[in-house]
Design a protein around this ligand. Structure first.
Ligand code: NCD
Length: 305
């Protein structure tokens, strides 16, 4: 049985197959309308979500399957003190596959140990978010035509941003990738990403504090929100929350082919005046998220058309 807990759980070849399948789903959605008939997806969300949960649900429904689940810890037996291990044993009796989001890092990994169905990590604390990574990779591959030879800027909360950790970990497997990591001192990428992922793989990267100077060199700018819910100290959050705001004026300095990605939700970090810029692809990214989750569900369930 396969789970997706970390982006590296899929080899590059498997990842390519998932992205190829997602691209075919995009072109021929009707072909896949009944693939998951009589199958159930459980969405176990112990933390807020709009896109991830609803894109999973939409993906399963598009495949002809159905969906059960809960969207907050308060409405599940977690509020009575049930462990993740017990909950997943129970859910294994109800569903064929599940997607779990949890504030504790590693919770989906614990779930996978006790599960009889594939577990998909839909975000665990400030750790990883592998299905957002699949979404990001599909967006980049579809709109840039490649996953290699790229200079990618990550901007904002690189410390707590799990989407950043997962996407960096996945991209270092491709050739000629360079990163510019733009964040305030307090929100730099964690040491384990810097050392075990970037330095260990000999990946060129720079850590800088200003956005403006790097814009001209980037193929992709991955903007992120400052992760309010991970701060211990509200004052610190307030001080840092608007550290970068991408404006029309700043975009004049950017490369004309640079794509702006954002996992969303956006708070203030991208001015709405940029939404009409053809380089702003964060809403297209949302659509790719559905195709790629359809492909992932099929892959983990071993289903084909
Ligand atoms: C991200 C997340 O939950 O980590 N959202 C998402 O799943 N698209 C990013 C965020 O919350 O900032």
């Amino acid at each position: 049985m396969r789970h997706l807990l970390n982006p590296l759980d899929l080899s590059v070849e498997e990842l390519t197959n998932v992205l190829d399948l997602a691209a075919d789903i995009e072109k021929n959605p009707d072909k896949y309308r009944e693939v998951c008939k009589h199958k159930k997806l459980a969405t176990l969300f112990y933390e807020p979500s709009t896109r991830t949960r609803l894109s999973f649900e939409s993906a399963m429904i598009n495949l002809g399957g159905s969906v059960i689940g809960f969207s907050s810890a308060d409405s599940s037996s977690a509020s009575k003190g049930e462990s993740v291990a017990d909950t997943i044993r129970v859910i294994s009796c109800y569903a064929d596959i599940c997607a779990m989001r949890h504030p504790k890092e590693g919770a989906p990994t614990v779930a996978a140990e006790f599960s009889r169905i594939p577990v998909i990590n839909a975000g665990d604390g400030g750790h990883q978010h592998p299905t957002q990574t699949l979404t990001d990779l599909m967006t980049i591959r579809s709109l840039k035509g490649r996953l290699d030879n790229l200079t990618i800027g990550f901007c904002g909360d690189l410390k707590f941003g799990r989407t950043v950790h997962s996407l960096i970990s996945a991209l270092v497997r491709h050739k000629n990738i360079k990163f510019i990591l733009i964040s305030p001192e307090e929100l730099k990428i964690p040491d384990h990403i810097r050392e075990d992922v970037l330095i260990a793989n000999n990946i060129p990267f720079e850590e800088v504090t200003t956005l403006d100077d790097s814009l001209a060199d980037l193929d992709i700018l991955y903007m992120t929100r400052v992760q309010k819910e991970r701060f211990f100290n509200e004052e610190e959050y307030i001080r840092l929350k608007d550290c970068y705001i991408l404006t029309k004026e700043k975009m004049e300095k950017a490369n004309e082919n640079m794509l702006i990605l954002h996992p969303l939700p956006r708070v203030n970090e991208i001015s709405v005046e940029i939404d009409d810029d053809p380089r702003a692809v964060y809403f297209k990214q949302v659509q790719y998220g559905v195709y790629v989750r359809m492909a992932l569900i099929m892959t983990l369930l071993g289903l084909h058309v």
